[in-house]
Design a protein around this ligand. Structure first.
Ligand code: DC
Length: 222
């Protein structure tokens, strides 16, 4: 791992229900970094598009709606918050309709360009832990602090079911991994953790240990 100038960005990528959100949130809390949930940004855009469901059938219409939207990304108590046309759709982000449509919306390259610009703007102002699918591979390829959290499909399915969620994670994984635009991949320099048999605390401790061993400026604050 090598040192980086400016704000520190720790990336946590992985498939649905791998535990990456809980890990990223807890890591950010311990480090007192800002926590950015990039999946929530794609979900908020999906909810926005769903207000005019006809658009979902047509990638050009999705791109046009994303371009026309007024998107404000800021913080609520050190966590990312997104409002589109002044609406905070946080309470709808896990709606079954959003779960079903988010892979379509996030597969549109123009949507990705627009939201990636917002993600990078966070890093201009804050030290971050950002979670997603392509944060280490595409959004912040030069950060040395990349983690990929995995878990077996059975464990991930059980975790979602335990949350009482209707979410076709296998279908979403397939769509997220096979799409042409920024598919889910393991960045070559990411440190991979299989969380199948681990608690969130154990994963966070392993990430912290890895950061401590990095010998970079971030190690000094741990
Ligand atoms: O992390 P999540 O399950 O809330 O993400 C929802 C969807 O958003 C996911 O199926 C794919 C998309 N996504 C993406 O394409 N790129 C990211 N960096 C984060 C999420």
């Amino acid at each position: 791992m090598k040192a980086i100038a400016g704000h520190c960005v720790i990336t946590i990528d992985g498939p649905a229900a791998s535990g990456k959100s809980s890990v990223a949130r807890e890591l950010a809390r311990r480090l007192q970094f800002v926590y950015v949930n990039s999946g929530a940004m794609y979900r908020a855009m999906t909810w926005h598009i769903l207000q005019n469901p006809g658009a979902l059938q047509d990638p050009a219409a999705i791109a046009a709606a994303a371009e026309a939207a007024e998107i404000v990304c800021d913080l609520d108590q050190d966590q990312s918050r997104i409002r589109i046309n002044a609406i905070d759709s946080a309470e709808h982000l896990r709606d079954p309709a959003v779960n079903e449509a988010v892979s379509v919306v996030s597969g549109v390259p123009r949507v990705r360009e627009i939201l990636v610009e917002k993600m990078r703007a966070y890093a201009a102002q804050h030290d971050l832990v950002m979670e997603g699918r392509d944060i280490g591979s595409v959004v912040f390829p030069s950060t040395p602090f990349k983690f990929y959290i995995d878990a077996s499909p059975e464990v991930r399915f059980r975790r979602r079911a335990a949350e009482g969620q209707r979410d076709q994670i296998a279908a979403r994984d397939e769509a997220d991994s096979s799409r042409p635009a920024s598919p889910l991949v393991i960045a070559p320099d990411a440190y991979v953790i299989d969380s199948s048999e681990m608690s969130i605390d154990q994963v966070v401790s392993e990430v912290m240990e890895r950061l401590r061993m990095s010998g970079t400026p971030v190690a000094r604050i741990l």
